[in-house]
Each structure stands twice: as structure tokens, then as C-alpha cells.
Design a protein. Structure first.
Length: 478
């Protein structure tokens, strides 16, 4: 991790140490609930702790007597990892390269060469969902709702978002031509790619007075982006906003505080921080945290689920308890501890738990989560497990993966109530219907490509049949 400023503390919250892959193959999990202290521990302690004498003894024995040459650095890092493992705390670990990269991306946000459009797949077509302000797309003729037909003369097939995104992105300063359709007219728009800082916010209008904002994570740009969007919505006459932190694993705590402060009046509590000793530190809303004098006039409703964690929970709890917002959805994850990141050198870092955080009223939600004011049940198809065997499923076979296949086919309407675990005639017929409808080779066999398509279709079904959002919209219109 880059040591740009070794004296600055950055606090990062997130759900857990593992990745969770959503049905749409979106990365929704992350690693960290951290108070990142960018320090390098090169100074020697005034007195060596007694407990390290035995560690040093083993270290010296291995260096002198082990039958092969060994790396002193590996031994040192192994000793640190061993001490962290001994804590029995899943959040106190040494960080590998990918985890360190994840921390950096969470802190700084993700940058790439592009034009500033976000796209979605609708009816097997790629559609521009929103356009980021102050980007090449914002200065062009492109509009939300335009269909993307081709990029640099390469036709976009079957609503393939990945294909469209990879073609639109490229080296900063290069040109890209996008062919779009609006109503019955199609035309080309040529843009010069620029450095795009990917926003953690996705926004849209639900009606003239109701807006929607989804926050994917809390990075250093989130608070600023939220403030800008709220100001723009105010000018449009928006009265209420639905803020979606479902699947949000956390992020930078300062960003969660800044975001919450947009809605919480000065001197009201946003959160509390409880260290090993002493009374909790009370963190209150202020003009300094908010970045402007007044709070927004727009009233929020917050969407949460079982994957809303840490910084997302700080944000949701602050708005519920200090701004009167209602929470809609399912009980949140319940991540209430704070970790600190240190490094013995620029190439080896580790984290360990140093504190817990509390909601404005002093509640510790660890392993409990935030309960919604309006509970909405998760559709049964969103609880489906994935395929596990890695094998191609064929007629006349049986097993757990066949049961999983049948559940997906039933959820998507290709198979009537028929859960047998046997790849029988009814299942074969349903598979062929599914393959025909989705332009897949009609072989009656379900390989990895077919399985991924089933995941994608379930994810799209969830997007199009979002009961939590519908419930929040109904609440907003009361």
C-alpha cells in the first residue's frame, strides 16, 4: 500500500474477509473493516517484550540449523501471521497483494479510461442508464435511454454489458465511436476517452419528486458525489430520495460520516467509537464533516439487506436514529468492529481489531445487524444455491446439481413444480425451452455457459421484480 502520508489515519469499514459473488457475477463482498493507519514499524522498542524471547530463540535455531537456506523476511512475516492467527479473530490477518489492492481501491476509488456512461441490459439490448457529469458523454449528444448498437463498428450482441463496457473503455486520449438508437433514429457519436473516476453512486429519477440513489461502497469520493447529486435533485424539485445500500459491504468511514451528515443536523450524533479503554468517542454531525452549511431538504428512505455492512450500517443507523429515516428491506449484516492496518515494510501489511463502533443511541449491532422498520421478504429464488460439481448435466443423471437446475428452471418459468433431483424427460424439455429462448445451442445439456446464463437471468429477474424498492416507493408516496 502506498505510504503517501504516514501520519494520516484512514478508517475503512467493510463486511468480511472473503469475496461473495452475486448471481449476476458482481463482486459484492470485500475484505475490510479497518482503521487504516499508514505506518511502518521500523523503530525498535525501548525494551524487548519478554514473550518475544522464545520467538527469537526459534528464529535463531531455524536460521542456524534448518537444512536449507531460508528467507529471514519469510520467517518474520510468518511469525506475525502466526500471532494474528492466534487471536482467533477472522478480521485480524496479514494482507496479501489482492487484499492490499482492494484497500487502495476502496480508499481512492477506481479510475479508468472511458466516456462516462453507465449501462444496463434490458430486453437483450444495452441501454445507457445514466451519464456521469463533467465527462465526455455529458458534453455529447448521448442521453439516458439510448440503445447502444455498436462500438467502433463492433455490433453489441444479446445485451452483453461486458462486451459494451470493454469496448467503450480504453486508453485516455484515444477516440471511440458509439452507434446508438433513439426512438427510430440511429446515429454515431465519437468521443475522446478521458480519465473516469468510477462513482460509487448510481442515480435515477423515479418520478418528478422522487429520486433513487444506489451506493455500492463508501470510498473517498462518495460523500462529495452524494452532496452534488442531492444539490442537483433539490434544484429539480425532488422532495424524497430512496438510498439503496443493499449489497454495500462498507468502505471508508469518513465517507459514511460525510454522507450521513448531508441529512443529519449539526450537533446530532452520527456514531460512537469505543476503544479498549475509556468512554466512547461521540462523533456528531457538523458543517465541517458535511462540506456545506446546511443539510439537504430531501427526505431519505434507506434500503438494506443482509449484505449491507459496516460503513453502510453506520450510514443507515445514523439516518434512522438521527434523521428519522425509515429502513426498508431485511436485517443488515451486523459488522461492528474496527481494524487498524500497519506494515513492517512497504511490502507486508496486516490488520487487527482495535475498537468497536456504536450507533447514535449507543447500540452495538455486531452479529445482530439493523432491523428494518418495514420488513420485506427475500424472494425464494434469491436464496438458490449455485452449481457445485463443475460437471455438464445430462439426461438420465441425478444428484444435487440436477435439483439446483430444476429450481432455477422453475423460478424462471421453464419448468412446472417438478423437483425430483433426476434429469428426466420433463427436465430435458424445460432445458431445451430455456436454451431456445436464450439463443444457446439446443443440446439438452447444461454446461458452465448454460449455468452462468441461469445465474444472469435470476439476477435480471430480481432487478425487474424488486419488491423492496416497490415497497419503499409506496412508502415515499404516502
Amino acid at each position: 500500500m502506498k505510504k503517501a502520508n504516514e501520519n494520516k489515519k484512514r478508517v475503512v469499514f467493510s463486511r468480511k474477509n472473503t469475496f461473495l459473488i452475486a448471481l449476476a457475477s458482481l463482486l459484492v463482498g470485500a475484505f475490510l473493516t479497518l482503521a487504516i493507519v499508514l505506518t511502518v514499524l521500523n523503530e525498535q522498542a525501548a525494551e524487548k517484550p519478554v514473550g518475544l524471547a522464545k520467538v527469537e530463540q526459534v528464529y535463531q535455531q531455524l536460521q542456524q540449523r534448518y537444512y536449507k537456506k531460508i528467507s529471514a523476511t519469510k520467517l518474520q512475516q510468518g511469525a506475525i501471521s502466526g500471532m494474528l492467527d492466534a487471536l482467533g479473530d477472522p478480521y485480524s490477518i496479514s494482507l496479501n497483494d489482492s487484499q492490499t489492492k482492494q484497500v487502495n481501491q476502496t480508499i481512492t476509488g477506481t479510475n479508468f479510461g472511458g466516456v462516462g456512461v453507465t449501462v444496463v441490459s434490458k430486453n437483450k439490448q444495452v441501454v445507457i442508464d445514466s451519464i456521469m457529469p463533467e465527462t465526455p458523454a455529458a458534453k455529447s449528444n448521448l442521453k439516458a435511454g439510448d440503445l447502444i448498437l455498436a462500438v467502433d463498428k463492433t455490433t453489441i450482441k444479446d445485451g452483453d454489458i461486458s462486451q459494451a463496457s470493454s469496448l467503450i473503455r480504453g486508453k485516455v486520449g484515444t477516440k471511440v465511436t458509439i452507434k446508438v438508437q433513439r426512438d427510430k433514429e440511429s446515429f454515431n457519436v465519437t468521443l475522446t476517452r478521458a480519465k473516469i473516476t468510477q462513482s460509487s453512486l448510481t442515480t435515477k429519477m423515479l418520478d418528478d419528486q422522487l429520486a433513487y440513489i444506489a451506493i455500492s461502497q463508501f470510498d473517498t469520493n462518495t460523500g462529495k458525489d452524494l452532496r452534488k447529486n442531492l444539490s442537483a435533485f433539490e434544484k429539480q424539485g425532488v422532495r424524497k430520495v430512496i438510498i439503496d445500500v443493499r449489497g454495500n459491504p462498507g468502505g471508508v468511514m469518513d465517507a459514511a460520516l460525510e454522507s450521513a451528515a448531508q441529512f443529519v443536523q449539526n450537533k446530532k450524533i452520527i456514531m460512537q467509537y469505543q476503544g479498549k479503554t475509556g468512554k466512547p468517542e461521540i462523533i456528531k454531525s457538523s458543517t465541517k464533516i458535511r462540506g456545506r452549511k446546511r443539510i439537504t431538504t430531501i427526505k431519505p428512505i434507506i434500503l438494506i439487506d443482509g449484505n449491507s455492512a459496516s460503513a453502510a450500517e453506520i450510514f443507515a443507523a445514523a439516518l434512522k436514529q438521527s434523521a428519522g429515516a425509515k429502513l426498508v428491506g431485511q436485517t443488515s449484516y451486523g459488522k461492528g468492529t474496527v481494524q487498524e492496518v500497519n506494515g513492517t515494510d512497504p511490502n507486508f501489511e496486516y490488520k487487527y481489531t482495535v475498537a468497536k463502533w456504536l450507533t447514535p443511541d449507543g447500540t452495538w449491532i455486531n452479529h445482530k445487524g439493523l432491523k428494518p422498520d418495514i420488513a420485506v421478504a427475500v424472494p425464494s429464488y434469491m436464496k438458490l444455491t449455485g452449481f457445485t460439481s463443475g460437471e455438464t448435466l445430462k439426461a438420465n443423471t441425478m444428484g444435487l446439481d440436477v435439483s439446483v437446475l430444476q429450481q432455477y428452471l422453475m423460478a424462471l418459468g421453464y419448468l412446472n413444480n417438478h423437483l425430483t433431483g433426476v434429469y428426466d424427460t420433463a427436465t430435458l424439455t424445460a432445458v431445451k425451452k430455456f436454451q431456445t429462448a436464450n439463443n444457446l445451442p439446443v443440446k439438452g445439456e447444461v454446461d458452465a455457459t448454460n449455468q452462468n446464463k441461469l445465474y444472469e437471468l435470476i439476477a435480471l429477474k430480481a432487478q425487474n421484480d424488486d419488491q423492496t424498492l416497490s415497497t419503499a416507493v409506496a412508502e415515499a408516496k404516502k
